[in-house]
Ligand binder design. Structure first.
Ligand code: GLP
Length: 227
């Protein structure tokens, strides 16, 4: 289940840190919440670690409770100090410059362990279906599915049309990827990701050949797998 998955994912992170990992790529959404609870509860010291988040809504500042910066502060960073925490600036005036700046941060801090959730339309971060393989940090128009799903987390609808996201190219440069999926609503996309063909129509399938990719699936998310 999701709790056990969070514990197992945390064990891998702890092992990674014990072996010198210092840069964690982090994700938002309900999926990594149990992992972040484990991190908060633990006595692991993250004060030598740097975190780099995957994405942010454009137009939302960090004190807006719908922003990913707010989510990260309240689910992890307020309780566990890191050396530095990076989340794309959704309020940047020059978004192209913000993307370049974020890529520079990544160049200086290559990601050791990348945590990923998966959207019901197979998006990774905000890499929506038909994303090109060679994208770096970029501005994207949000898929209607993404906007609908995000409404579940808030009382009010999300008035956002674009996001800023690490690209598939950047994500593929991580050393290790932990991809987490829970719930029946993820079962079709988990099956397509693992058993289907590799195609930009299913962004998560583009990670298939990644050398160190671990899936953490609860029973419901894994329930449609044949293998
Ligand atoms: C958002 C995030 C994704 C995340 C997805 C899944 O769209 N940009 O990074 O994987 O939500 O959300 P949930 O974990 O709530 O199902």
């Amino acid at each position: 289940d999701a709790e056990e998955g969070g514990k197992k994912a945390f064990e891998l992170i702890k092992e990674g840190i014990d072996n010198g990992a210092q840069v964690l790529g982090l994700a938002t959404g309900s999926t990594p919440e149990t992992l972040y609870q484990e991190m908060v509860k633990s006595d692991v010291d993250f004060s030598n670690c740097v975190s780099i988040n995957l994405d942010e809504y454009i137009g939302l500042s960090g004190d807006n409770d719908q922003s990913y910066r707010y989510f990260m502060n309240s689910h992890l960073f307020n309780d566990k100090p890191f050396k530095a925490t990076y989340v794309p600036n959704g309020k940047a005036e020059d978004l192209a410059a913000e993307c370049r700046h974020y890529e520079e941060i990544l160049a200086n801090h290559p990601i050791d362990i990348q945590i990923l959730g998966i959207g019901e339309n197979a998006h990774i971060g905000f890499n929506e279906p038909n994303v090109p393989l060679d994208t770096y940090c970029h501005v994207v128009g949000l898929d209607p599915v993404t906007k609908d799903v995000s409404i579940k987390d808030f009382d009010k609808a999300l008035d956002v049309k674009q996001g800023i996201s690490l690209g598939m190219k950047t994500i593929n440069e991580a050393d290790t990827i932990l991809l987490i999926a829970n719930d029946l609503r993820k079962s079709d996309i988990v099956k397509k990701t693992i058993e289907g063909e590799k195609t930009p129509k299913v962004p998560s399938s583009l990670l298939k050949d990644f050398p160190k990719l671990y899936f953490f699936l609860d029973e419901a998310a894994a329930s449609k797998l044949d293998k």
